[in-house]
Design a protein around this ligand. Structure first.
Ligand code: MRU
Length: 374
């Protein structure tokens, strides 16, 4: 197998200085390496992904997760498939197989369509190299987009800090961090930039049942970067807001409809309702690949229903340092496991994008991303 054509060196200004990366494409390699996030926070395990089936498995089983990262791994998955067979039939088959792994994050379809468009008119022998270049571009752009979101979100935090004087208390949900992206994270980018510039900051980390992305991943990232944070049970969110302990809510998104309705991790809608009831600003970090102009409203956002086992059992580390899974409900209990919900645009204070902050409404999104609305 020829080695990967040299992609231009990673000219990403404002690279995320973190000591960890969710995804790496080693220079010239015909594989990628991703952190297996199921092992976090108790172990840092890197998985090598060297074929399209493994890429699909990694997405479906959530070795990798988070909308932008799912998109990037999907793009590399298509490149890996074309390394094996660059025919039209193989391209179509691989696109469909990767697209079918998880339904809610629109970044996956966006990335797969982009790679397919980049290679479809090329002669077969040139397709795989072009796909690797496109996947690299998607990875680099994601990091740059997130940094830009960080700078616009930072302005929100600075404004509160100037008004408040004391630490700014920001609540987040799930993990929309560097682990969910190719650098900086979306909702976390403003937090990391605020911390780096020395702003007094405290982050409320929602555990995020059932898979605990907050407890396992966001708390880990905040710890690795030295950002003050406190973990809380999801159910405590409304009380914390009512007590005035929350100045701002910043969450990620998996798919935002043309009218500004937001699909994100289950539990986001409940936080938005409590935020409205308590006058807490509720912002959503929206990288433009997560925008789905084809959907008029959130009613059409596909909601993933995952295995009930994720609700019936919990995984953690025992006294001996072993990672183990234990049942938390009586044998035979019926369970349901919706992985995402939809927050209506009317509850969203603003969408923090790489081009600035937009109101959660169609006209504002069209004005900010005219090329996406055709
Ligand atoms: O099921 P997950 O872990 O993939 O869900 C992730 C989220 O809901 C994130 O908030 C979203 O993907 C944004 S990641 C920048």
């Amino acid at each position: 197998m020829p080695s990967c054509p040299p992609s231009p060196p990673d000219p990403v200004p404002d690279r995320d200085p973190a000591s960890y990366r969710a995804l790496v494409h080693p220079e010239g390699a015909r594989y990628i390496e991703a952190l297996d996030q199921r092992a976090l926070p108790h172990a840092v395990v890197t998985a090598r992904i060297a074929d399209a089936d493994t890429a699909a498995l990694a997405i479906r089983r959530m070795w990798v997760r988070g909308a932008p990262l799912i998109g990037a791994v999907g793009a590399y998955g298509l490149a890996l498939a074309l390394d094996r067979d660059a025919s039209d039939a193989a391209l179509t088959k691989a696109h469909a197989a990767l697209d079918a792994t998880r339904p809610t994050a629109v970044n996956l379809r966006w990335a797969l369509d982009r790679v397919r468009a980049a290679v479809a008119r090329l002669p077969e022998p040139e397709r795989a190299d072009a796909a690797w270049r496109e996947a690299d571009a998607i990875r680099r752009e994601d990091e740059a987009i997130n940094h830009a979101i960080g700078t616009h979100g930072l302005a929100l935090i600075r404004a509160i800090a100037a008004r408040k004087g004391g630490p700014v208390n920001v609540m987040t949900h799930c993990n929309a961090g560097a682990l969910a992206t190719c650098g900086w994270g979306t909702a976390t980018a403003p937090l990391f930039l605020a911390h780096t510039e020395g702003l007094a900051l405290h982050v409320w980390v929602s555990e995020t049942r059932p898979r605990l992305q907050g407890a396992n991943l966001t708390a880990w990232e905040m710890g690795r970067r030295g950002v003050p944070h406190t973990l809380f049970a999801d159910a405590a969110a409304a009380l914390l807001m009512r007590c005035g302990d929350v100045d701002l809510i910043l969450v990620g998104a998996d798919r935002v409809a043309a009218n500004g309705d937001v699909g994100n991790k289950i539990g986001t809608y409940g936080k938005a309702l409590a935020a409205r009831d308590n006058g807490v600003p509720f912002y959503v970090a929206l990288p433009s690949p997560t925008l789905d102009p084809a959907l008029a409203s959130g009613d059409a956002i596909p909601i993933e229903a995952r295995s009930p086992d994720e609700v019936l059992a919990v995984t953690g580390r025992d006294h001996y340092g072993h990672t183990t899974t234990v049942a938390i409900a009586p044998e035979g209990t019926r369970a349901i496991n919706y992985a995402f919900d939809v927050t209506p645009a009317r509850l969203v204070t603003g969408l923090v994008t790489e081009r600035g902050i937009a109101a959660a409404e169609r006209d504002a999104l069209v004005a900010m991303f005219p090329e996406r609305f055709g």
